[in-house]
Design a protein around this ligand. Structure first.
Ligand SMILES: [Zn+2]
Length: 117
């Protein structure tokens, strides 16, 4: 029975198709110690994934895809959302502090002018 490939998007030309797997690695990959610590903290387990090399049916570009439990993808997406939210908070805080510095500089200049009189 022929194995059907998953429909994926080629990162080179953008075509969605059943790009053929040309190599499948049975190794269970992890990333590095820092990332292991992150996933163990967030999920209770180290990340584990498998790599496949696919060949685009249209442009012949070869690209890696990974296979992993959805839990790890969800954890990554949740972390991205948290970091984006934190980034927005920091940008807003930075803008508020910048405005505060401008107001204080303006007051300082006024005080210096009055002191010079
Ligand atoms: Zn392609």
């Amino acid at each position: 029975m022929p194995r059907h490939s998953l429909k994926t998007q080629c990162p080179s030309c953008g075509i969605y198709d059943y790009h053929k797997v040309v190599k499948s690695d049975s190794t269970h990959y992890r990333w590095d110690n820092e990332i292991s610590d992150f996933f163990i903290e967030k999920t209770g387990r180290d990340i584990s994934f498998r790599e496949h090399i696919r060949k685009c049916s249209t442009c012949s570009h070869q690209f890696y895809t990974v296979q992993m439990a959805k839990l790890y993808l969800k954890t990554m997406i949740d972390e991205i959302k948290t970091l984006q939210s934190e980034q927005q908070r920091i940008l807003k805080e930075n803008q508020n502090l910048t405005n505060q510095v401008k107001r204080l500089q303006s007051k300082l200049m006024m005080i210096q002018r009055l002191a010079a009189e």
